[in-house]
Design a protein around this ligand. Structure first.
Ligand SMILES: Cc1cc2nc3c(=O)[nH]c(=O)nc-3n(C[C@H](O)[C@H](O)[C@H](O)COP(=O)(O)O)c2cc1C
Length: 326
């Protein structure tokens, strides 16, 4: 997830049981020109291998090959091609979900990639561009026929962005249509949805995106309401520490978007959030959440004062985060 699945967050999710991880998506142009910012997005921890996927996106066939060859030198477990991004400045120029409009081009890209690199190449797709062009079965077969090792499917069209409901029946159809593994994705919101999606679609794996933000426990098959305040506080401390170790003091700034999600719904969260978002010292941040835990143990909160501030969901998050092209 762009803006979220950096190395610290992926490592944390692994510790909590995720079996596979993807980098944030990176533009092939940025890989070809090896910009510092882009290449940093491919840092990974040894424990992430072998199911560690480098995700790239673009529209230019030759640059896909050059980018994959460059990335192969970094020894990823997998290289994944994003064919799901719906934001206009990506899909509108034929990249991300824009590739779904040209299945033959997808075939050419995968065919060349299969011959150009030894590392497995996989694809992440949506169901099609819009409700009139749900070409997911064609695309899935083309991927398989041209050497893709796995397909991850977000059960929406590009036009749906993050609205409506993910179509799990379509994921089931893809699973029936190909022999390569299929990962189902879309609307796994709680731990119980993992088994529900598997049973419904027969998919080989389940991909969780938004529901993991502020809740890495989902990989242990636990929901937020099954996690104690102490566990939540300790996890935040650990996550923040990983961010500061990785990014330096800027890690705190980047951690804020996670912190908002960790504390969402807690009594007194509005006051806590205001304090957490304005400190620029990691040590002070830790003090503040420790203080919050102590005050909660003393029963200082009016239990009716539950935080119901809306948090950005789906499209809104994507418009802000997924637009960033490294
Ligand atoms: C903030 C944000 C960033 C995302 N970035 C990526 C990305 O870089 N690559 C990708 O394949 N999908 C990305 N997605 C889409 C998710 O991987 C996933 O397909 C979608 O959110 C549906 O799954 P969910 O219901 O589990 O969230 C992003 C989604 C969000 C909300």
């Amino acid at each position: 997830m762009d803006g979220y699945s950096d190395q610290p967050f992926r490592v944390l999710c692994r510790e909590y049981g995720s079996a596979m991880s993807y980098t944030e998506f990176v533009a092939i142009e940025a890989v070809v020109y090896a910009t510092k910012k882009a290449m940093r997005m491919f840092d990974y921890a040894p424990e992430e291998k072998p199911q560690m996927s480098f995700q790239i996106f673009g529209a230019d066939e030759d640059k896909f090959i050059l980018a994959a060859q460059k990335l192969e030198q970094l020894q990823p477990g997998i290289i994944d091609i994003n064919m799901g991004c719906s934001v206009p400045n990506v899909s509108g120029r034929g990249a991300g979900a824009g590739l779904l409009r040209d299945p033959r081009k997808i075939g050419r890209i995968f065919n060349r990639l299969a011959r150009a690199v030894a590392v497995p190449v996989t694809g992440k797709i949506r169901l099609g561009w819009d409700s009139q062009t749900r070409n997911y079965l064609d695309v899935a077969r083309i991927l398989e026929d041209n050497g893709a090792s796995l397909i991850a499917v977000h059960g929406r069209t590009k036009e749906m962005k993050y609205g409506g409901k993910a179509d799990w029946d379509a994921i089931a159809e893809i699973k029936q249509a190909v022999r390569i593994p299929v990962i189902g994705n879309g609307d796994v919101k709680a731990a119980e949805d993992i088994d529900r999606m598997k049973a419904h679609t027969g998919c080989d794996g389940v991909m969780i995106a938004r529901a993991a933000i502020g809740n890495p426990w989902i990989f242990q098959r636990r929901n937020c309401d099954q996690v104690t305040l102490h566990e939540m506080v300790e996890l935040q401390k650990r996550h923040l520490q990983l961010m500061v170790d990785y990014y330096g003091v800027f890690g705190l700034i980047l951690f804020r978007k996670h912190a908002v999600r960790y504390i969402h719904g807690l009594p007194g969260a509005a006051e806590l959030r205001q304090k957490l978002m304005t400190t620029d010292s990691p040590a002070h941040f830790v003090e503040l959440i420790g203080e919050y835990e102590e005050r909660s143990a003393r029963g200082d909160w009016d239990i009716h004062a539950v935080d119901d501030t809306p948090i950005a969901e789906g499209g809104e998050l994507v418009e802000t985060a997924e637009c960033r092209i490294a």
